[in-house]
Each structure stands twice: as structure tokens, then as C-alpha cells.
Design a protein around this ligand. Structure first.
Ligand SMILES: CC(C)(COP(=O)(O)OP(=O)(O)OC[C@H]1O[C@@H](n2cnc3c(N)ncnc32)[C@H](O)[C@@H]1OP(=O)(O)O)[C@@H](O)C(=O)NCCC(=O)NCCS
Length: 79
């Protein structure tokens, strides 16, 4: 999975939570041991989504985005 996004008219209904749970379920079935992602520190909905799925902050990528903003690196151990 490269990006997760939900139509603004349908946000806040648990859609992304279910999508992410399905992706993580498939990853476990494929014996993937670790997931890693980048997220903007100011993206509260995405941070809540990822923390709720068990991701924890693992680091920072400085000036990761094209506008110069840093990215938080979050990881989840699946095994
Ligand atoms: C991030 C995004 C995918 C969440 O989609 P969603 O379907 O609205 O998310 P859900 O309804 O499944 O909610 C997931 C969690 O985020 C929280 N959340 C949703 N909207 C929120 C908001 N505006 N502010 C704070 N938290 C919010 C929910 O409360 C939920 O947490 P909880 O289970 O602890 O209550 C959506 O906001 C989006 O498409 N954003 C633009 C694209 C983007 O930023 N993608 C992530 C890139 S890293």
C-alpha cells in the first residue's frame, strides 16, 4: 500500500481503520514481519489512525516532503 485516503464526504466513519486493518491482516498472512510508513507530524487524523492500529514512532526524516516538511517514521511489528 502506497497511500491511504478517504473521500472527505465519507471521513470519520471508520473507513480508513477498516482498510488499514485489512491491509495488516493480508500482510500477516504473507508473513511480513514489519510495516513502516511516513506521516506529516501535523496530520492528526492519520496519526490517530496509525497509533490506533499499533504503530509507534520510530524516527524522523528531515525535509521528507516536497514542501520541506519533516516526516515522522512509524513502524509496527507484525510477528
Ligand atoms: C487519514 C484519513 C485516511 C482517515 O480516514 P477516515 O476514514 O476518516 O478515518 P477513520 O474514520 O477510520 O478514523 C481513524 C481514526 O482517526 C480519527 N480521526 C478521523 N478524523 C479525525 C480528525 N479530523 N481529527 C482527529 N482524528 C480524526 C478517528 O477518530 C479514528 O481514531 P479512533 O479510532 O481513535 O477514534 C483521512 O483523513 C484522509 O483521507 N486524509 C487525507 C489523506 C491523508 O492524509 N492520508 C494519510 C497520509 S500519511
Amino acid at each position: 500500500m502506497l497511500n491511504v485516503a478517504v473521500d472527505p464526504a465519507f471521513r470519520g466513519r471508520g473507513t480508513a481503520r477498516r482498510l488499514l486493518a485489512e491491509v495488516l491482516h493480508e500482510a500477516r498472512e504473507k508473513s511480513i514481519e514489519k510495516c513502516c510508513l511516513e506521516v506529516r507530524p501535523g496530520n492528526a487524523p492519520a496519526l490517530r489512525l496509525y497509533r490506533g492500529a499499533g504503530f509507534g514512532q520510530a524516527g524522523l526524516r528531515r525535509r521528507y516532503y516536497s514542501d520541506g516538511e519533516d516526516a515522522l517514521v512509524m513502524t509496527l511489528e507484525l510477528s
